[in-house]
Design a protein around this ligand. Structure first.
Ligand code: TYM
Length: 344
């Protein structure tokens, strides 16, 4: 067995967000807020705007450019500091695409067809989906394993893709008789790992939902946020004192979870204060907490967006630093696979 190629071991965290639409409160609570919290001396944090993933469904080129910068602005506005973390966009580091090809030869077609996200996105006419949409999880495994990352903070919806990443790493290590890729741990933690739609408590809050009222966008102003919360679907019952009492009330549970995540409290602490009260009292309080938490982020995002050259400079620097980690790991992977290398 060969040793992992990074000899000075410091745990590396990797995660990514697609620039395929405006980002939502779900992205913030499930991912961005936690990305910022994970920065520090304990781990090296590598964060990526995954533009190569976005193009697995049609993107208008001009819109994609602007959404890529907007996603980078959202990372920074949420507290990701380019001095502490590596922040870049995927297509600027070609190791991702190269590693994805290598993994296309390791992963099995059947694994890909089983992915629920593929089934959802491809819909009824899956024959007409792009080949990239089917192979998407191999690119995601490449993102993570090209950095030999050991932990990946994500929302609940990415769990199946991370399991597949582990399968690819294990099969590669087994087939080539090496210990080259780590078996990555998903970090799916907190009360907001699955923020639900404001209109339907059984559906995930998503940038692709046709109803704008179903989500809070990171670009929404204070009035819009308050109005969306006021109009959120709920029921007529008063709130119980503990989360157990919300088992069959998905919309109510979702709003309490959102409150708790925004206020850094537990859902039971929140309910402790609102026990016996109805949504007439709870919604304005939630709107206040949401506006207070989101307004600085929205403001910082528009400040960053006013200076695209600065965003581009951050991404260029991040890409250089990412490439310096990724390249030797990719080279070693090729060597293990018997791909002849004569250029130095
Ligand atoms: P994406 O772009 O759909 O979402 C980015 C992150 O936000 C989380 N998220 C949510 N969390 C809680 N509640 C929600 N309603 C909600 N909606 C989205 C997602 O779980 C994710 O963490 N395939 C990935 C991007 C990706 C990636 C990677 C992630 C590509 N390569 C490597 C980690 C590591 C995706 O489409 O996420």
């Amino acid at each position: 067995m060969s040793e992992p190629t990074n000899s000075t071991f410091r745990p590396r965290i990797f995660s990514g967000i697609q620039p395929s639409g405006g980002l939502t409160l779900g992205n913030y609570l499930g991912a961005l807020k936690r990305f910022a919290a994970l920065q520090g001396d304990q781990a090296e944090t590598v964060y990526c705007v995954v533009d190569l993933h976005a193009i697995t469904v049609w993107q208008d080129p001009q819109v994609l450019l602007s959404r890529t910068r907007e996603a980078a602005a959202a990372f920074m506005a949420s507290g990701v500091d380019p001095a502490q973390s590596i922040l870049f966009n995927q297509s600027q580091v070609s190791a991702h695409a190269e590693m994805a090809w290598l993994f296309n030869t390791v992963a099995r077609v059947g694994w890909m067809y089983r992915m629920t996200q593929f089934k959802d996105k491809a819909g009824k006419n899956s024959e007409n989906a792009s080949l990239g949409l089917l192979a998407y999880p191999a690119l995601m495994a490449a993102d993570i394993l090209t950095y030999q990352a050991t932990a990946v903070p994500v929302g609940e919806d990415q769990k199946q893709h991370l399991e597949l990443t582990r399968d690819i790493a294990a099969k590669f290590n087994h087939d080539y008789g090496v210990n080259h890729f780590p078996i990555t741990e998903p970090l799916i933690e907190g009360v907001a790992t699955r923020v639900m739609s404001l209109r339907d408590g059984s559906k995930k809050m998503s940038k692709s939902d046709p109803s704008d009222a179903s989500r809070i966008n990171l670009t929404d102003d204070a009035d819009t946020i308050a109005q969306k919360i006021r109009k959120a679907r709920t029921d007529a019952d008063p709130l119980p004192g503990q989360m157990d009492g919300l088992k069959d009330r998905p919309e109510a549970r979702n709003l309490v979870n959102i409150y708790a995540a925004l206020a850094d409290e537990t859902p039971d602490q929140v309910l402790g204060r609102f026990e016996g009260q109805g949504f007439g009292a709870f919604k304005p309080a939630l709107a206040e907490v949401a506006v207070e938490a989101m307004a600085p982020i929205t403001r910082k995002m528009s400040e960053y967006m006013a200076d695209p050259a600065q965003i581009d400079a951050v991404l260029a620097d991040g890409a250089e630093r990412a490439d310096a980690i990724a390249r030797p790991i990719l080279d070693r992977t090729k060597e293990i696979m018997g791909l002849l290398r004569t250029r130095r």
